[in-house]
Design a protein around this ligand. Structure first.
Ligand code: F6P
Length: 327
């Protein structure tokens, strides 16, 4: 959507929903690009909740000093189911209007970007969306900010678990995050050499996993890693099943929230720097209602209507490769 008749003077940034490592690098990029282009910038604290409560602060070049390497979001965030309701979004728009904010950069995951789209559609406020979620489940980008960091965190943890699994000749069932998707589990499973990967996008049969483990045992393997996406199954239930079927000790490790924190990886920072700046440039150029993303190393823009409509697909070839290499 083009909003060329109006020159954007004042931009706000919000980081709603679950935090993701690299959000701070994105905030820094938005603030500095906006100020470099002589625009005023405000930060909305505590996500959509803070916007409803009018928690809006002025941001300067110095507000974002020393944050590029920090996980989390300096603006804080909060889950805000209320924002799914129209009256809450109306209040939010009124608060933005009171500060003469005429452009918004929303940095967040699937749910947050849908909410930003609803705000844009109802109020006409120009919005550009920046994908930031460890889940990497947003259509229109190869990488969302934070995904690469979360994968690296999980890989580091699983490499350590592999050591003790080998010493004790055990099976470890390791649960990773990803909400309803298996993007984290698939990448982690591939690069950790997991003997089995359970993701919601692909039907699985626990007896087939039992067979895989037994075949491995017959070939002399004595330790195994099974990576389970939280949306596919409960690691405990999988472990209970395997315990009944195979003559090996089975242990569970749920990696949990460590995947959401920590210093952002180089890739998460790079994506954040590039997409944050592009978001501001688009607003200044009179564009609205786009998601900025990365595709084959290039920055791309996808209309939000398409982002909302389409579903990002898991790469089946990666799944097959992981399976073959771990056999
Ligand atoms: O969307 C990011 C994510 O960490 C998911 O992987 C996970 O299912 C969810 O958020 C956890 O949500 P909360 O922070 O509300 O516990």
């Amino acid at each position: 959507m083009d909003v060329k008749n109006k020159k954007i003077k004042t931009i706000a940034i919000v980081t709603p929903g679950g935090d993701a490592p690299g959000m701070n690098a994105a905030i820094r990029s938005v603030v500095r690009t906006a100020i470099f282009n002589s625009r005023k910038v405000y930060g909305i604290e505590r996500g959509w909740q803070g916007l409803i409560e009018n928690k809006i602060i002025k941001m300067e070049l110095s507000s974002v000093g020393g944050i590029i390497n920090h996980g989390g979001t300096i603006l804080h965030t909060h889950r805000c189911p209320e924002f799914r309701q129209k009256p809450a979004r109306k209040k939010a728009y009124a608060n933005l209007a009171a500060y003469n904010i005429d452009g918004l950069v929303a940095i967040g995951g699937d749910g947050s970007l849908r909410a930003a789209y609803a705000l844009n559609q109802e109020s006409g406020l120009p919005v550009i969306n920046v994908p930031a979620s460890i889940d990497n489940d947003i259509f229109g980008t190869d990488y969302s900010i934070g995904f690469d960091t979360a994968v690296n965190t999980a890989v580091n943890a699983i490499d350590k678990i592999r050591d003790t699994a080998t010493s004790h000749e055990r099976v470890f069932v390791i649960e990773v995050m990803g909400r309803n998707n298996g993007f984290i589990a698939l990448d982690v499973g591939l690069v950790c050499g997991a003997e089995a990967i359970l993701i919601p996008e692909i039907n699985f049969n626990l007896d087939e996993i039992v067979r895989t483990l037994r075949q491995g045992q017959q070939r002399g393997k004595s330790s195994f890693i099974v990576v389970v996406a939280e949306g596919a199954a409960s690691a405990r239930e999988v472990a209970d099943y395997l315990t009944k079927k195979i003559a090996l000790d089975v242990r569970v490790s749920i990696l949990g929230y460590i995947q959401r924190g920590g210093a952002p990886s180089a890739l998460s920072r790079e994506v954040a720097c590039k997409l944050g700046a592009r978001a501001v440039e688009l607003l200044i150029a009179g564009k609205s209602s786009f998601l900025v993303g990365i595709s084959s190393d290039k920055i791309i823009e996808t209309p939000m209507a398409e982002v909302i409509r389409r579903t990002k697909k898991i790469d089946l070839a990666t799944y097959k490769l992981a399976k073959m290499l771990a056999s």
